[in-house]
Each structure stands twice: as C-alpha cells, then as structure tokens.
Design a protein around this ligand. Structure first.
Ligand SMILES: [Zn+2]
Length: 496
C-alpha cells in the first residue's frame, strides 16, 4: 500500500448555520487537511463520504445534521440522456446558431437574478472556506441546536393525530405508501429502466448531441471546452486564472448572494488551485490531479468546472458560471460534458467508471438535478455501501439518515462496531516525519504503555483525551483509511 499520503485532523465536528433550512448550527461536518493524498487514498475517502475543498477534506455527518447530505455518484458508463437533458443540449445548439445579443439581453432583463430551475446550483454549503475562516469547534458532548433530540421518525413532521379505532390495515394488502413517495419511486424506476445496461451506443448517442463536440457549419458562435491542469506554473492556467476568478466572483455575488468583498484572488487560489492529490502526467490522457474545465464562448470564459481526476473516477468539486449565461443551463451542460469526459478516459484506462457529483440533500429542490443523472447511487452513512437511488427514496422522504435500514446485520458487523472493535494500536500515524503505528507513537512520545510511566512529562489525561479524539477520527474515516493513511500526531484541533 502506498503510504505517501498524510492528513491532519482539524475538527471532529463543526456546527454552522444550515444553508438549506437556515437553522443556526444545523449543519454538522468533520474536517481534515490533506498535506498529500494519493489518488487511491482519495478514492477511499470519497467512498467514506469525504470530499475536498482545496486541500481541506470535509465530511457531512448525516446523523447530526438537520438536513442530511449524502455522497452521490453516477455509473457514467451506463448513462443515458433524458429528454430534459437533451433539451438543454438543443438549447445550446440553437444559441450557437444565432448571432447578436438579443437572447442575452432578454435573459438579463427578465431572468438574470432569478434562480434557474434545474440549474446546477452550487449548494452554498459546498462553498469553499478560506484558510483564515473560522471553523467552529463544538464540544462533542453538547448537542447542537440542529441535532435532532428525538428520533427522525418522531420528528415534528411525523407527529400525527392518534389513530382512530377500527379493524386496522388489511394484512393481505401491501403497505400504504405516500403518493409523493410512490410517484418518486415510479419516476426513478422508469428512469432506471430507460438505461440499458452496458448499452454500447448510450455514450455515443450522448456524445453526438453535445454541440461543442460536434460543431456545425452554421454555428455563428464558437464554444470551446478546455481541460487545464490547475497548476501555478501551467501557462494556460496562469494566463486565465484572473479571468476565471472574475467569473467566480460574479457567480458568488449574483447566484450565491455573497458580498463582493468575501473573496480575494488569494482565497480563490487556495480553494481551487491547492489540492492534496498530486498531479501525475506519466500515463496517456490528461493525467491525474486537480483540473479546471473552462467553457470558452467566443474567446471568453463563461463557466468553470473544478475537477479531481483519479484512476477510477471523475470528481466534480465545484462549478461556477457567468450568471449572464444562466439561460443556457450551464450546470447541466457541464455535467453532461463531464460524463463524456469520463467515458473518453475509460477508453484510455478502463478503471475509469464513475462520476462523483459531491453531496446530495433531498430537502433542497435545487439539488434534484443531481439524481437525474442515472443510474445514480447514494452512499449510506452507516454501511458505507453505495445504494441504488430507487432503494433510497423511502428513507430520503422520511428523513431517515440510514439509507438501507433493512440491512441491520451488515450495519452492526461492518461499521457501527468500528468504534469499539478497532484495535487502536493499528492506527497509522505520522510522528516526527515517520509513519508508525499508534502503539509505537505512544511509546516514543509518551514513553509508556498502559499505565507505566517511564518518565514522560506528558499528562495521562492528555493521552486519554487524544485517544478519545483518535477513536472518533477512526469512526469517521473507517478502519481501511485509518490503517493506510497516516494521520499527523500529536493531534492539535483547529482552533486550539
Ligand atoms: Zn437544515
């Protein structure tokens, strides 16, 4: 196992205002910082629900958040274009065939500042944080305002009048399902059925309809999409970074409604240039690491997708666009292009299989576009298994953080027990630049094991406190990451 990675624990739990329901301290996240993370280790973290913002690695804690978020991915090799997505491609084609500013002006005057339905809106929660920004550490023993003190299934929404007396439900009939859930189930089922398994032409059909990949003679405008390594010494990146930043700033101000002073070029660089997954250009294809996919219309950047390319996946980390071009549904357009990118990469290296779309919360209508890229899967925060979307709908609708409640044995055996059964002696840590086990570390740093003090000046309580923190870290990252990704010790949570 390649152990060139190194992470630092910043916070076991932070609680900030929820960007979906505005509940103060409603969100709950764990934070790491990656000094360096190999693509294989980043893949492992993705499959435990972590995602990166610059060199920060963040994990939403579904059980403790008012609006649970789940990692979502799409089996992009089996993807099939839907009717509404095809409409987005036709709209772009039509726009490229026109001249003048009529369409643009119409949009600007009427719709510029209105949120676009199904636009790939960036969840404000996905907004990157700057290095100087505060991460609020919550005392782990205190419940946050956002943490439900009552089980999800007994929450406000499900409080109902006591049942009337009678014969009760007919045991011979199927369980009653809410019409909303039933409709959602039918919709996702039909979407899944549309997708032929390993259909050889599904990708080619998509590709043939993407305008910039099939420019026509009657196009009056030019749309180019360029994949640029996000490297300060890359000439293309260097020469376009200011222009890209200006698009980002406009997006944050108009779409996310942040103040203009919120973002500096330096802060943007830290969030979108910094990346713990190192660039690797040794193979064929674009390589691995942090890339910006620039959408350039008639020589002007109108949108940017921030991507991490790793051997198994294309990961979309952030997307921003010039709000003036919101009428082109650039979020959906870019996602379709990224699905094409993955399929092209698969031709070069068949390990490329999945398209990761970040986090999904069912409570935000703006997020619904993510589940339209079928076949979609959500990561259960208890079993850490990827569950097909149609099997998650009931849990999502009933706000149950656990997505596969029927698999109790697996839950018990695989994950809930990691906190108590994991042998902390095996935790991999990085101490004074050496990767060693936790057992070796306590011998070297504290000078004793299990009670015997060999003259160390470190207080026993400090060691106990650190051990408890490390146990919580293990429960967040899982046994596989805990034994293969070195964690820098001694742990000093941020801020102290
Ligand atoms: Zn919320």
């Amino acid at each position: 196992m390649d152990t060139e990675s190194q992470v630092e624990l910043l916070a076991i739990e932070t609680h900030q205002s929820c960007s979906y329901c505005s509940l103060p301290e409603g969100s709950c996240e764990s934070w790491l910082q990656g000094t360096r993370i190999t693509p294989e280790h980043y893949q492992m973290l993705l499959d435990r629900g972590w995602r990166r913002i610059g060199s920060y690695i963040c994990k939403p804690i579904a059980d403790k958040a008012c609006c649970p978020q789940y990692a979502i991915r799409c089996e992009a090799l089996n993807y099939k274009l839907t009717k509404s997505q095809a409409r987005v491609l036709r709209k772009m084609r039509k726009y490229l065939m026109t001249e003048g500013t009529e369409e643009l002006e119409k949009w600007k005057s009427r719709e510029r500042y209105r949120p676009v339905a199904m636009q790939k809106e960036v969840n404000p929660k996905e907004q990157p944080i700057g290095i100087g920004e505060a991460i609020v550490i919550q005392d782990n023993n205190k419940r946050s305002v956002g943490s439900p003190d009552i089980p999800w299934h007994l929450s406000e929404k499900s409080k109902k009048l006591p049942p009337r007396s009678g014969l009760g439900p007919d045991p011979d009939k199927p369980l009653c399902v809410k019409s909303k859930v039933r409709k959602m189930n039918n919709k996702t089922k039909s979407t899944q059925q549309q997708v032929p398994q390993n259909h050889p032409d599904a990708y080619e059909i998509l590709r043939s309809q993407i305008p910039h990949l099939n420019p026509a003679d009657n196009f009056k405008r030019e749309l180019r999409v360029v994949l640029v390594p996000a490297l300060e010494d890359d000439l293309r990146f260097q020469s376009t970074s200011r222009e890209s930043f200006n698009v980002f700033k406009k997006f944050q101000t108009v779409v996310i409604k942040e103040s203009e002073s919120e973002w500096s070029f330096l802060k943007w660089s830290r969030c979108f240039t910094d990346c713990p997954v190192p660039h690797d250009f040794t193979g064929t294809g674009p390589g691995y690491g942090n890339f910006h996919q620039q959408y350039i219309l008639d020589g002007k950047i109108i949108a940017v997708g921030v991507l991490t390319l790793i051997p198994n996946a294309v990961v979309t980390e952030y997307f921003y666009y010039d709000p003036d071009y919101g009428f082109l549904s650039l979020g959906i357009y870019s996602a379709l292009n990224e699905i094409c990118l993955l399929n092209e990469l698969h031709k070069i290296d068949n390990r490329h299989k999945r398209y990761y779309l970040g986090a999904y919360t069912h409570l935000s209508p703006k997020m619904r576009y993510k589940i339209s890229f079928a076949p979609a899967e959500l990561l259960c925060p208890h079993t850490y298994k990827w569950i097909p979307l149609q099997e998650c709908i009931v849990a999502l609708e009933s706000r149950t953080p656990r997505l596969d409640p029927g698999r109790e044995d697996e839950i018990r055996n695989e994950n809930e027990s990691v906190h108590t059964t994991f042998d902390m002696d095996n935790l991999l840590v990085c101490y004074e630049c050496n990767n060693i086990t936790y057992r070796q570390y306590i011998l070297e740093h504290y000078g004793y094991v299990d009670g015997g003090n060999a003259g160390s000046s470190v207080d026993v309580d400090d060691r106990k406190e650190e051990l408890e923190t490390l146990k919580q870290y293990v429960s967040r990252v899982g046994a596989k990451c805990a034994t293969s990704i070195p964690l820098r010790v001694p742990v000093s949570l941020y801020p102290l």
